[in-house]
Design a protein around this ligand. Structure first.
Ligand SMILES: [Fe+2]
Ligand SMILES: [Fe+2]
Length: 376
């Protein structure tokens, strides 16, 4: 099991996302007051409220070893060494972003001893973090948004209008798919189809849209009343969509692909009885493919059967993220950024203490698995 190493820099300063031309710096507890950040030819000043925060330094040179300097009260406080990745070859063609595991309607996080927000909070953290994540992703440059399931917590009647409110806030087109939580009505839960209809959502098990340089395919791996996923029912339509394009393909699903016959961590994903054959089939349909899931609420990247697969965490629990993709003629980059909105990061940073603090080590993943450059 690989755990994210504890951050030892003063104030828990960290480069959470590193992109060919930008870096996201995050911190846990800088003193109240102005914070001067600089890197290469870029500098900016942000106001720290004494709690966790995030800032972006942009217009950086790619493929470079750089130093991010941090000054407090005009005095050098810390510095970080970063390396900006090399983008794939060719022109930059398009950008899109994803969020998953919104769990709209949930009120607690953790196992056994669950963390809860103050009851008098104006906007509950699931919808607050989802609104902030999608707004920040759009400001980053996303021309399209994908929602990869677990949109509601228990498909309750009052959760679907929150989803409707969220998608109506989008300034760019979107597609969505469902997760296990959207298919498991609990007490006061309503039928999923009825919930989607009430929210004005147009559901299709598999659908796609073409952006310059890439086909985005979104597929539903959920099974009614089950926690794990399946691909058998969607495989033919997915491979057909993948083979019928000359561009690369991004496949967004909810469930991750299990590595072993017996799942070794919670929650269970797509079993090995289905996953490997599906991955081999999609690679044969289109060798230029990246697959990304949610469900695990953690960040990871790995190759299985020659296919690059990433898992991306939730915007509502530590570290609280969205994923951004930039498409080039010769490949794609992924970045995973923390939701920077102060009211959101204040909550998500608290949730690192879940599961006796293990969540803060398990969920973030490594920088080189969150932010990567992949040449087709
Ligand atoms: Fe989830
Ligand atoms: Fe899930």
């Amino acid at each position: 099991m690989r755990l994210h190493p504890p951050v030892s820099l003063p104030h828990s300063l960290e480069a959470f996302a590193v992109e060919p031309d930008a870096v996201q710096i995050v911190w846990r507890n800088l003193p109240v007051g102005p914070v001067h950040l600089s890197c290469a030819d870029t500098s900016l000043v942000v106001d720290s409220d004494g709690g966790p925060g995030a800032a972006e330094l942009s217009d950086l040179p790619h493929s470079s070893d750089l130093v991010v300097s941090v000054q407090l009260d005009g005095q050098p406080a810390s510095h970080l060494h970063i390396t900006t990745p090399t983008p794939p070859p060719g022109e930059r063609l398009s950008q899109f972003a994803t969020v998953s595991d919104l769990h709209l309607g949930s009120s607690r996080f953790g196992m056994l001893f669950k963390m809860r927000e103050d009851a008098d909070v104006a906007v509950p953290h699931p919808i607050r973090c989802a609104l902030a994540a999608t707004a920040e992703a759009t400001a980053w440059g996303a021309q399209h948004l994908l929602l990869k399931g677990d949109l509601t917590h228990h498909t309750k009647a009052d959760e679907w209008p929150q989803l409707e409110h969220l998608v109506r806030s989008f300034k760019v087109p979107y597609q969505f798919t469902l997760g296990n939580h959207d298919r498991q009505p609990k007490k006061k839960g309503i039928d999923t189809d009825k919930g989607m209809a009430n929210a004005g959502l147009d559901y299709r098990p598999v659908h796609h849209v073409d952006l310059p340089g890439i086909r985005l395919v979104v597929a539903d791996t959920s099974i009614p009343l089950k926690g794990h996923g399946q691909v058998t029912k969607i495989a033919d339509e997915v491979t057909e969509a993948m083979s019928a394009t000359t561009t690369g393909v991004y496949l967004g699903v909810h469930h991750h692909f299990e590595k072993f016959a017996l799942p070794w961590f919670w929650p269970p994903g797509i079993p090995v009885s289905e996953g490997p054959a599906f991955l081999r089939a999609i690679r044969q349909a289109n060798p230029n493919v990246i697959v990304s899931s949610g469900h695990t609420h953690r960040n990871r990247a790995y190759f299985r059967h020659g296919v690059l697969i990433t898992e991306v965490g939730s915007p509502k629990d530590y570290p609280g993220v969205w994923a951004g993709y930039t498409v080039y003629e010769g490949g794609i980059t992924q970045t995973i950024r923390r939701v920077a909105d102060p009211a959101s990061i204040a909550w998500t940073d608290r949730t690192r203490r879940a599961v006796g603090g293990v969540w803060g080590l398990w969920a973030p993943g490594y920088l080189d698995q969150r932010c990567l450059s992949h040449t087709w």
